[in-house]
Design a protein around this ligand. Structure first.
Ligand SMILES: Cc1ncc(COP(=O)(O)O)c(C=O)c1O
Length: 388
């Protein structure tokens, strides 16, 4: 076993060697600019980009021209929300989102509020499931966009995207979903889900960092956002800037592999998650599960060990395990997770929550080792606390 064992797959996943292999020629001999198609170097690069675009489109049942390459899900979320707010400024000024969204959605919404727009943050239940009734009630004549994430990056809860898509359709409101954590891990079909805009990131599915996409349903003319970066008019004018060709090639390969292998992988992750959870309950109770018991990402387990501060536990295991609390923190200031706080439970749950993210490169042996190492550390920390 190689230590520390990586168990932080919601932060990022390791690059799959099959992906790297596909990318390598585009750093060296095939280095062309995908826009410079007057010569072989450029046309080779352009062809590689278009192949990747087709692969990615196929993975979500979209048309290739509806895939806009970006630097990742943060940028895709920014384009979707800012770009739609600006485009439809004359029509409305109201956005509906959810309290447990990623900061790259919440902070964009806060920015828009400062600019005079209105945002409704729909609450979630104790499992992190968005309240559909409140979501529907929030929609008004001036609502231009609903933005709700497909799967949560901290607690793994999977939202009822299909139902939200139906609500959006019923009221003629555009629907954006941040699928950064879901893409490549659960099946996604933009037609079935009635999604108009979808953010995806390559590095959450064993692809490279710094590349992602925004799916834009061009058949709905209202769905094409205004650009937030202006320049050469790349990517149908939605996202200017020279394309990251090796990254895009890797993204295409990563998504293709993920869709092919997710069924088997998820079976393995479900088994590991159940094993860990059963052992934690048996050996280190009281322990609580954060997130939905079954409508959750297979490769995510988020638990709170009562009385054991997450930072202390992460520090206690860090020589052997790489895991995180999933909450935002700076060196001086540790904030409790806004996601766990939003579940409406005892605030201690947020200070004790740890996130375990499995990857395709973890082994059963590593999971068994990690489980034992964690429960022993939990029990030791509890004993130390009792002594003081
Ligand atoms: C749900 C969610 N949205 C957006 C992002 C940002 O993605 P990226 O790192 O590609 O900018 C992340 C990554 O942490 C995420 O988990």
């Amino acid at each position: 076993m190689k230590f520390p064992i990586y168990l932080d797959s919601q932060a990022t996943t390791p690059l799959d060697p099959r992906v790297l292999e596909e990318m390598l020629p585009y750093f060296t001999e095939r280095f062309g600019n995908a826009s410079s198609i007057d010569h072989l170097y450029g046309s080779e690069a352009s062809e590689a980009v278009e192949n990747a675009r087709k692969k990615i489109a196929r993975c979500i049942n979209a048309k290739p021209e509806d895939i806009i390459f970006t630097s990742g899900a943060t940028e895709s979320n920014n384009i979707a929300i800012l770009g739609i707010a600006e485009k439809h400024a004359a029509k409305g000024d109201h956005i509906v989102t959810c309290v447990t969204e990623h900061k790259s959605v919440l902070d964009v919404c806060k920015h828009l509020e400062k600019m005079g727009k209105r945002v409704t943050y729909v609450p979630v239940d104790k499992f992190g499931m968005v309240d559909l009734k409140k979501l529907e009630e929030a929609i008004c004549e001036k609502t231009i966009l609903i933005s709700v994430m497909t799967a949560n990056n901290e607690i793994g809860t999977i939202a009822p995207i299909h139902n939200i898509g139906e609500i959006a359709k019923k009221y003629g409101v555009l629907f954006h979903t941040d699928a950064a954590q879901a893409a490549g891990h659960i099946p996604l079909d933009v037609e079935k889900l009635n999604v108009d805009l979808m953010s995806i990131s390559a590095h959450k599915m064993y692809g490279p960092k710094g590349v992602g996409a925004l799916y834009v349903r061009h058949s709905n003319l209202n769905a094409k956002p205004f650009p937030i970066i202006h320049g050469g008019g790349h990517e149908q004018g939605i996202r200017s800037g020279t394309l990251n060709v090796p990254g895009i090639v890797g993204f295409g390969k990563a998504f293709e592999i993920a869709v092919k292998e997710m069924g088997e992988e998820n079976k393995r992750f479900d088994r590991w998650r159940k094993y860990m959870w059963d052992v934690f309950r048996e050996k280190s109770s009281p322990v609580e599960l954060n997130g939905h018991p079954d409508k959750r990402l297979s490769h995510n387990l988020n638990v709170s060990f009562e009385g054991v501060e997450n930072k202390a536990l992460i520090r206690a295991v860090c020589s052997k395990l790489a895991l995180s609390s999933g909450s935002a923190c700076t060196t001086l200031n540790v904030e409790p997770s806004h996601v766990i706080m939003a579940l409406g439970l005892n605030p201690e749950r947020a200070h004790t929550a740890i996130r375990l993210g499995f990857s395709r490169f973890n082994t059963e042996e590593e999971i068994i080792f990690a489980t034992e190492f964690i429960f022993q550390a939990v029990n030791k920390l509890r004993k130390i606390k009792l002594r003081f």
